[in-house]
Design a protein around this ligand. Structure first.
Ligand SMILES: [Zn+2]
Length: 76
């Protein structure tokens, strides 16, 4: 057995809950700089949802994706 040939696991599958509410697709570009995100870059998705007590429905209030460098800038 030789484990060294095992390919690193890349988390490419994005849970549908993190898809864009608007397009129902994964975010493709950074909201700030419009850099393309889906070619293996690290990026973050922010999503704020509101749930209503007693209802299964929920509203998406905010959702966007940011590349790591824009996310860092916004945190400064
Ligand atoms: Zn960016």
């Amino acid at each position: 057995m030789d484990d060294s040939t095992a390919e690193p696991k890349i988390l490419q599958d994005i849970p549908t809950v993190f898809f864009s509410f608007e397009t129902k697709m994964p975010f493709e570009r950074c909201m700030e700089c419009e850099e393309y995100l889906l070619d293996g870059k690290e990026y973050m998705i922010e999503k704020v949802m509101r749930r209503y007590e007693g209802f299964s429905a929920s509203d998406t209030i905010i959702d966007y994706a940011l590349c790591i460098s824009c996310a860092m800038k916004l945190r400064e």
